[in-house]
Design a protein around this ligand. Sequence first.
Ligand SMILES: Cc1cc2nc3c(=O)[nH]c(=O)nc-3n(C[C@H](O)[C@H](O)[C@H](O)COP(=O)(O)OP(=O)(O)OC[C@H]3O[C@@H](n4cnc5c(N)ncnc54)[C@H](O)[C@@H]3O)c2cc1C
Length: 398
Amino acid sequence: MDFADTPAEAAFREEVAQWLSEHVVDEFAALGGRGGSGDESFGFEVRREWERVLGSAGWTCLGWPVEYGGRGASIAEQVIFNEEYVRAKAPGRVGVLGEGLLGPTLIHYGTDAQKQRFLPPIVAGDELWCQGYSEPNAGSDLASLKTRAELDGDEWVINGQKVWTSLAHQSDWCFVMCRTDPTSERHQGLSYLLVPMDQPGIEVRPIQQLTDTSEFNEVFFDNARTHVDNVVGAPGDGWKVGLATLAFERGVGLLGHLLSFRREFDAVVAIAQGNGASENPIVRDRLTKAYVELEILRATTLRSLTGVDGPAAAPEASILKLFWSTWHQNFSTLAMDVVGLEAMTTGKDYDLDAEQRAFLFSRSETIYGGSNEIQRNIIGERVLGLPVEPKPTPQGAS
Ligand SMILES: Cc1cc2nc3c(=O)[nH]c(=O)nc-3n(C[C@H](O)[C@H](O)[C@H](O)COP(=O)(O)OP(=O)(O)OC[C@H]3O[C@@H](n4cnc5c(N)ncnc54)[C@H](O)[C@@H]3O)c2cc1C
């Protein structure tokens, strides 16, 4: 497998690098590439403005078809863009959920009117989205969700609660999975609604995290409303649409993720060389092992993205999720060891450094996007042919 750029790809890389070097300046450069996972509140307003700069220059939604405002970019071009983006230390993106999840879902399942209304503001960086799936008793087992919606004239009226809703406090809209057939159970009778966040029926309560920031929230719906036309797919057929969104969750974004891991890795090697930790043969051994694993991860991800099955094909996606989330937790623990006693410094109003943030935030990476246990179930059942997990019994049944 040849990872080298073709002449056309090399020209595209040059174009991206050139544009970024001209635009990642002033307040955008001052962010130093921050604002990624676990650091979402950092410089939010500047990053929101940056999203509009990207949008106006045609650097959002690269993989979308041209007719919807994208560039119809190939996987290789999207990979190149991500690589150069991380290299340029461009600001952490704020429009990821709209671009990566809702947009592709609408392109596949939305009506023409929905596409015309919702896609352009995502491309322009004007409207931000959040994902309203998980509930207090419906996470891994999403089909047990209880948030309900019923029609009242030309509006859906929504009641219930979501939790862990990333960026809800900064979002304009939420795509919400809810039960629209009150007699239904499990995967039946669910609908996928597009709901405006700025209304009296929605209360967003931030959840404070280990990192002392609040990137995710509880969201309470108390007679919240959205127009009857804001249902994606047929009412009651939301499970199919919701699963499609989850499939889009894993894709070229992972490459960008891996590149930021590489940046973290390089920083930790520099710390080890500076503070003498690299003299320790065990540290050297662990760093080398981490490097080899990261290269394996990169090659496997590239192979999966360019493979015949296309991105996100299960169970490859499960193997990658299991591998990268575990790698990052292990590596961020190594980073703490390399930093040494200073890594223990924390307290009220203390600004955590990059290694501390990564160590704390990476705890969540084995949970979101499908926990490691769920990925192991998928691999066990679909790859190894092991016995299928027993399904939960309905409440009250034995
Ligand atoms: C940082 C972060 C951001 C998130 N952002 C969003 C968001 O924007 N929108 C959204 O809707 N949700 C979001 N989530 C929620 C995430 O999707 C859920 O946390 C995840 O699906 C797990 O659900 P749960 O937390 O309810 O845990 P549970 O499903 O209750 O699981 C608890 C434990 O039991 C294990 N377990 C559960 N079922 C099985 C099984 N069948 N076999 C073996 N083990 C099992 C799990 O692995 C886990 O260890 C986010 C979560 C995190 C951590």
